[in-house]
Design a binder for this molecule. Structure first.
Ligand code: SF4
Ligand code: FE
Length: 488
């Protein structure tokens, strides 16, 4: 297993093309860039905590391939206990970082690709599974951070990939030869990409025969020739560049994952790292498995993030001297209820997991979708209540520079003082934490990360067994369902 330092060192060895605000960043030092370093610190926690004896059981496990001890973020889930440990670990890490640590995406892609390649090979006679096992074995040995790359730009959403004016709006195979394949297109919203070692590219949707070139899954280094990454902006991100620590709220770990647009211009991938190439019949299955694994996480990671929001709002109330008011206690209780509701779905979909044909365990897909769908709504309620408790100061607080000013610092110190036991500076720190954790990109990520709400809703009719429910209701009412079955 890699230590946090070894992970950081491995990132400096890359020769990566990353642009931010129109400028090319230096590949060796980009992990120290003010806009990126928080995300690196957060991802590094997934390495550092693996060496903490207190978390050994959650953070590490045994490789099902080699029998060696590995970081849990590289494992296949071999039981429901593994699935439960996954979400427990996620909640724990979120409680330490207050944000996304990005590494779950590649991990979810690994578990999905493992089971889908097995089933695909069996049905079609292909030999992708063995290649993927070799790739994942290396991944475990090297303890890579791997980004799962799924979402394509999609252009005009009413059109299939092959009907778009520009064929590159979906990642596709532009050329094949006896050595490998060449990829063109782009992937969007790539969480943790600029601080990963590898990426695992997956299709963005189920495809038909005409779109077989878009059914592609493969592993490649993030600095492969022909790849350009464009790092995205975040709400108030200039605070990272121009202001002190306090104004950033969570200066050490940042907010959400640090996303980018990744462009592929005829990028070569050798056959040994290709795990689907044209088998369009299995592209939808891969998307669905990955999505359900990632949706499993959200009650864990957002549950842990919400624990911090609850704690921060409660401290702000303590510091303002209004924590004992009945309505504040009531709001905190409501936030706890909502947070544990998120958590309950992550636990439930893990406990109800089942083995796949390949042997690794898959979550209960319906419950995983319900959990993520809850996140798209309940986080807004949790954050609304935190802002209610925090007060207008969340939007009007003077800057750290004002606090430090030799001229006006005394006014900030005097008029932002709350309960005398707390310092003004500490009160400002807590207010800023509530501000950054409850607005801007943090909310958008809860809505759209792991799929937008509609992506969960479309799964309900498919997974909920509506016909069985109708039949059961008819039987209770004394109506013979078979009488009407033929008429449908
Ligand atoms: Fe992991 Fe949550 Fe970040 Fe997704 S949003 S990568 S599940 S921490
Ligand atoms: Fe996410």
């Amino acid at each position: 297993m890699k230590t946090g330092q070894e992970y950081r060192d491995s990132l400096r060895e890359r020769n990566m093309t990353v642009y931010f605000k129109g400028e090319l960043l230096d590949s060796k030092t980009l992990i120290d860039h003010p806009f990126i370093k928080g995300h690196v610190n957060s991802a590094a926690m997934t390495y550092e905590l693996a060496f903490d004896p207190q978390y050994e059981d959650l953070m590490t496990t045994t490789s099902s391939f080699t029998g060696k001890k590995i970081n849990r973020f590289t494992c296949l889930h071999m039981s429901t206990d593994d699935l439960l440990k996954k979400v427990r670990m996620q909640r724990m890490i979120s409680q330490k970082t207050g944000t996304c640590y990005q590494r779950c995406v590649g991990w979810d892609a690994a578990n999905a690709t493992y089971s889908v390649t097995f089933e695909m090979d069996k049905a079609l006679g292909t030999d992708y599974h063995k290649r993927f096992v070799d790739f994942l074995t290396k991944w475990q040995e090297e303890d890579w951070m791997v980004d799962g790359a799924m979402t394509d730009p999609k252009g005009d959403r009413s059109k299939r990939p092959c009907d778009q004016d520009d064929p590159d709006l979906f990642v596709h195979v532009s050329k094949k030869d006896d050595k490998g394949i060449y990829l063109r297109g782009a992937k969007m919203h790539m969480t943790g990409m600029v601080n990963s070692n590898y990426m695992l590219v997956m299709p963005t949707s189920g495809y038909d025969e005409e779109n077989a070139d878009y059914a592609v899954c493969c592993g490649l280094p993030v600095d492969a020739e022909g790849i350009t990454h464009i790092f995205g902006r975040q709400t108030n991100d200039n605070r990272k560049q121009y202001d002190g620590e306090i104004d950033q709220g969570n200066a050490k770990y940042g907010v959400v994952g640090g996303e980018c647009l990744t462009v592929f211009e005829d990028v070569f991938v050798p056959w040994e790292n290709v795990f689907m190439c044209g088998e369009y019949q299995y592209s939808g299955m891969l998307v669905e498995r990955f999505a359900c694994y990632h949706r499993q996480n959200y009650g864990g990671c957002k549950g842990g993030v919400s624990d911090i929001v609850i704690g921060a709002a409660a401290v702000v109330a303590d510091m303002g001297g209004y924590a004992k008011a009945a309505h504040i206690k009531d709001k905190l209780n409501e936030m706890i209820h909502l947070t544990e509701t998120l958590w309950a779905c992550s636990v439930a979909c893990s406990a109800e997991g089942k083995p796949t044909a390949a042997g690794n365990y898959y979550v209960d897909p319906l419950l995983a979708n319900v959990g993520k769908h809850n996140v798209t709504k309940l986080i807004y309620d949790i954050d609304r209540l935190a802002q209610d408790i925090g007060g207008g100061i969340l939007a009007t607080l003077p800057s750290e520079a004002d606090l430090r000013s030799p001229v006006i610092g005394k006014y900030v110190e005097k008029f932002l003082k709350g309960v005398s036991a707390y310092s003004t500076e500490d009160r400002m720190r807590m207010v800023r934490l509530v501000e950054v954790m409850t607005g801007g990109v943090a909310l958008v990520e809860s809505m759209h990360g792991a799929g937008s709400p509609q992506a969960q809703k479309v799964m309900y009719s498919k997974l909920s067994g509506l016909e069985a429910k109708k039949r059961a209701a008819m039987l209770i009412a004394g109506v013979d369902p078979d009488k009407y079955a033929a008429k449908k």
